[in-house]
Design a protein around this ligand. Structure first.
Ligand code: ADP
Ligand code: SF4
Ligand code: MG
Length: 328
């Protein structure tokens, strides 16, 4: 049988750490956990990699750091071998042609005074200067039609569109420069349930059509199961588990992943796996960050940080008692 070559790695993240300044007044400053801590993963060309975790787990910080909108404190992020960390605005410019993002709140990401045609032509003007005005207009019209709107919509302003239409516009604006990597930060969570599926289907069609690679941030696990190839599970900025989507849902190795799945109705995961109520982890605590909420925690968990254990199929789980009886 002919061996299919592995897809090249587009994005490589190593030991990424992002810290925010402590909150509060000088004399009552509270130490904070880093928003991301020691995060490492690869994203292969053509893959849909989902990032999941409760609110505050660092998902948006990851997206913003990848886009150069947030500075990293330590570690590295490289795109096709080029280090992104520390690049200035000017150095980022040629990369914007290849890496684009769709935000959670589409309406807020458009300037209300600009017509849609202008908003979509702008990235072309900045990043594809070789195209003339007529070609830009032609591409804007074609892109609007491709996302299910009409060429005439170029004359309208952002506030004239519904939430679902605004997200179609945001997708159009991101894809008009023909990027290869699209970062989507909860692209449908602000939308009515009835339009969520339409937007997801549009994204998946465009992904297939254009051979896109997606970093797909979401907290809706059934949606992730439908969309993703592989999943990263974050908890307070740390990678708890990484696995192919089928493996993660059928055989979650990490108690935190099991807790997330147990919260979904009919997930088949035992309710006893639910996370317990517990304090947020304290900065500088020595052991596993999930100790206070973990139904399996013992005294070792509070003392020793669990190592990131690697398993077959490029899976990983950071738990002293990660499940091992998973079929390869
Ligand atoms: N601009 C910021 N300033 C200070 N703290 C921030 C900022 N952005 C995010 N954080 C903190 O970083 C942590 C991760 O936040 P975020 O990345 O938004 O998580 P998620 O997207 O998973 O909900 C949270 O504790 C949040 O309060
Ligand atoms: S290391 Fe201990 S506390 Fe942390 S997830 Fe595993 S069993 Fe739970
Ligand atoms: Mg977020």
């Amino acid at each position: 049988m002919k061996k299919v070559p592995a897809a090249p790695v587009l994005l490589s993240v190593r030991q990424l750490r992002v810290e925010f300044a402590s909150r509060g007044l000088l004399w009552r400053r509270q130490a904070q956990l880093p928003a991301l801590d020691g995060l490492s993963f690869d994203l292969a060309a053509g893959e849909i990699l989902a990032v999941v975790g409760e609110s505050g787990s660092g998902k948006s910080t990851l997206a913003r750091t990848l886009m150069g909108l947030q500075a990293a404190t330590a570690g590295s992020l490289s795109y096709r071998g080029q280090e992104l960390r520390g690049l200035g605005k000017k150095q980022w410019r040629p990369l914007r042609r290849h890496i684009q993002m769709v935000f959670q709140d589409p309406a807020a990401s458009f300037n209300p005074r600009r017509r849609i045609g202008q908003a979509l032509a702008e990235p072309l003007q900045a990043l594809r200067p070789e195209l003339d005005a007529a070609e830009r207009t032609r591409r804007v019209a074609a892109m609007l039609e491709r996302v299910g709107l009409s060429a005439a919509d170029a004359q309208r302003r952002p506030q004239e569109f519904s939430g679902g239409q605004a997200q179609r516009l945001a997708i159009a604006r991101a894809l008009i420069v023909e990027p290869e990597l699209l970062v989507c930060d909860e692209p449908v969570s602000a939308l009515d349930v009835s339009v969520q599926a339409q937007i997801i289907n549009l994204l998946l069609e465009l992904k297939r059509e254009r051979g896109l690679t997606l970093l797909f941030i979401a907290h809706d696990l059934p949606l992730v199961r439908h969309v993703a190839d592989r999943v990263l599970v974050l908890y307070y900025g740390r990678l708890m588990e990484q696995a192919a989507v089928e493996t993660l849902f059928a055989y979650p190795r990490h108690p935190y992943t099991r807790a997330l799945l147990a919260a979904i109705p009919d997930s088949g995961v035992d309710a006893q796996c639910r996370a317990l109520d517990g304090e947020r982890p304290a900065p500088g605590m020595p052991g596993c960050l999930f100790t206070a909420r973990c139904p399996m925690a013992d005294e070792q968990c509070a003392r020793r940080p669990p190592p990131s254990r690697r398993f077959a199929g490029n899976s990983l789980a950071a738990c002293h008692y990660a499940r091992e009886d998973v079929p390869a």
